[in-house]
Design a protein around this ligand. Structure first.
Ligand code: F6P
Length: 545
């Protein structure tokens, strides 16, 4: 597919936004709220079970009108359609981008190169559900006849972050008789710790890798296989204790995993968009097939909203536009994501890959340099812990840090008044960030004059508030789909390809070159720069054989 990116900076829509920015940049949220009692109501949108209040942002309804005009001009509407209908919008890899097919209703027709992919998705989901039920019920036994008590997912990047995040997020829905662990790092400490204390006879490994060639994953899988065979005393044990999730059947077979125990996905699913594919097998074993299908329904509800809602009421589009507003006009470099749920501890790390691997690009679709700043640095930790660590900088630092606050009406567990306290902090933080505290207010509290500047809060720090009824499989699916589509929205306006990741290749190939140099006998000729050569020599000198 030929996509000619719109050079958005040169358009009248962008220029109008830039002129408007000059009138907004110094306006305080205090004044925006004081001037419009209906602001919060006007700036609240809903999608499925999610509510977004974006009123605590440095913008007006005119800003939103101009931002949506930019989105229209960028061709976003057509690109959404192109993605949903299987066009090869991943132009540098000539691939369709069809994660939306992973949660499409059975019977929907979505074709890649004329082939309807939905029956394939449904077939794999049925196979996963059958396997998950057998493991959960104890029908699937290990080599020595014991039932499976521990599942270890071996994968990295998109083959790890999604299921690991979702497993934690949905722990209250999990079968606690089965523990799930995740191994990703090539640092041997990871597989060491993940297997420590486990009984090989009761352990199932899921080797998850789209390509099945990723160095870290294959290295960890080999070590896991050695551990298992040593523990059970027979290579045939591998058949009952290893399954694979991959697009690469021949490599899976080469590793020694029975192809009947391979759960397939396809090249039109990007790694970071894949945890609702078979990559979520560990999650499905943990929570069971029905909750997994509820999660898919949540994804689907937001997909439908994204595809059909007008941009000014479109939750993922608005999140994308607001992020772009700070990124490209206010010069913000980062985006904080602050979930007020302990179970979402890994959500920011998951979003890091989703957003930064997608939109960390410096050339447009046609290969020319981008004219605008692209993807921000995404980071965060759950509230309230962050409040006692880095929120100081958010409140009084010199940087502008736009933040998404994510909270839930109902807790997973009723423990005293914890949830009200958690949510009191949640609401307090966005209020404090937006409105701050003036020097006059500080003085009125009788604070000594020399301390007044220190105790003043400038405010005007922007936040989005996202609320959901509770953290459930369904709302988790809705949240993830929201961020997936936010990333697409921004990528289209910046004119970049959000679906490739060539930037990870150079480091990988250099590591492959350096690995044998570290263990080679004698004095290998090193052809790197002087710093890298010296560091390798120092390491070699210290390295124990
Ligand atoms: O190196 C980056 C990357 O390709 C990610 O995009 C991907 O999610 C990860 O590695 C793992 O790849 P695979 O699933 O093929 O092992």
């Amino acid at each position: 597919m030929e996509i000619t990116p719109v050079r958005i900076k040169g358009t009248p829509e962008w220029r109008a936004l830039a002129e408007h920015f000059a009138t907004i940049r110094d306006v305080h949220l205090r004044d925006l709220f004081a001037g419009d009692p209906g602001r919060a109501e006007a700036m609240t949108v809903e999608a499925a079970d999610l509510v977004l209040d974006y009123s605590k942002n440095r913008l007006t309804t005119e800003t939103v009108r101009l931002l949506t005009a930019v989105a229209q001009r960028s061709g976003l509407r057509d690109r959404i359609e192109a993605m949903f209908t299987g066009e090869h919008v991943n132009v540098t890899e000539d691939r369709a981008v069809l994660h939306i097919a992973l949660r499409a209703e059975a019977g929907t027709h979505i074709a890649d190169r004329g082939h309807d992919v939905v029956p394939d998705v449904q077939r794999v989901l049925t196979k996963m559900a059958d396997f998950a039920r057998r493991v959960r019920s104890g029908e699937w036994r290990g080599f020595s006849g014991k039932r499976i008590r521990s599942v270890v997912n071996i994968g990295i990047g998109g083959s790890d972050l999604g299921p690991a995040m979702a497993y934690d997020a949905l722990l209250p829905f999990s079968d606690r008789a089965l523990s799930v662990r995740f191994v990703s790092n090539v640092d041997g400490a990871d597989i060491w710790e993940a297997t420590s204390g486990l009984d090989p006879a009761e352990t199932l490994f899921i080797v998850s890798s789209k390509t099945f060639t990723t160095l870290e994953t294959i290295g960890n899988a080999k070590s896991a296989r050695e551990w298992l065979v040593a523990g059970l005393g027979h290579p045939k044990a591998v058949e009952r204790h290893f399954v694979a999730v991959s697009t690469n059947a021949s490599e899976v077979q080469g590793f020694g995993i029975d192809p009947a125990n391979m759960f397939e996905f396809w090249d039109w699913v990007g790694g970071r968009y894949s945890y609702d594919s078979a990559i979520g097998l560990s999650l499905m074993i943990s929570i069971g097939p029905e909750p997994f299908f509820d999660m898919l329904a949540g994804f689907r509800a937001v997909d439908e909203h994204f595809r059909s809602a007008p941009f000014e009421h479109n939750l993922p589009v608005l999140l994308g536009l607001i992020g772009l507003w700070y990124n490209d006009f206010f010069g913000a470099e980062t985006q904080a994501v602050l979930p007020y749920s302990h179970y979402l501890a890994k959500f920011p790390a998951y979003l890091q890959q989703l957003d930064m691997e997608s939109n960390g690009k410096c050339v447009t679709l046609d290969g020319s340099p981008v004219e605008l700043s692209t993807g921000p640095v995404v980071w965060g930790t759950p509230g309230t812990n962050g409040q006692h660590a880095y929120y100081q900088l958010l409140h009084q630092g010199t940087r502008l840090v736009p933040a998404d606050f994510i909270g839930f009406m109902h807790p997973a567990h009723r423990v005293g008044d914890h949830h009200d306290l958690l949510m009191a902090n949640f609401f307090a933080q966005t209020e404090a960030l937006a409105f701050g505290k003036t020097a006059e207010q500080v003085r009125a509290e009788g604070v000594a004059e020399r301390l007044v500047p220190h105790r003043t809060f400038p405010g005007n720090r922007p936040t989005n508030t996202i609320l959901a009824p509770e953290l459930s499989p369904r709302t988790l699916g809705e949240l993830v789909a929201t961020y997936e589509h936010k990333v697409l929205t921004q990528g289209v306006i910046w004119g970049i390809n959000s679906f490739d990741q060539w930037g990870v290749e150079l480091g990988k190939s250099l590591a492959l070159r350096i690995a044998p140099e570290l263990s080679a006998d004698g004095e290998p000729a090193l052809g790197h720069d002087s710093s890298t050569n010296a560091l390798i020599r120092r390491y070699r000198a210290a390295r124990r054989p």
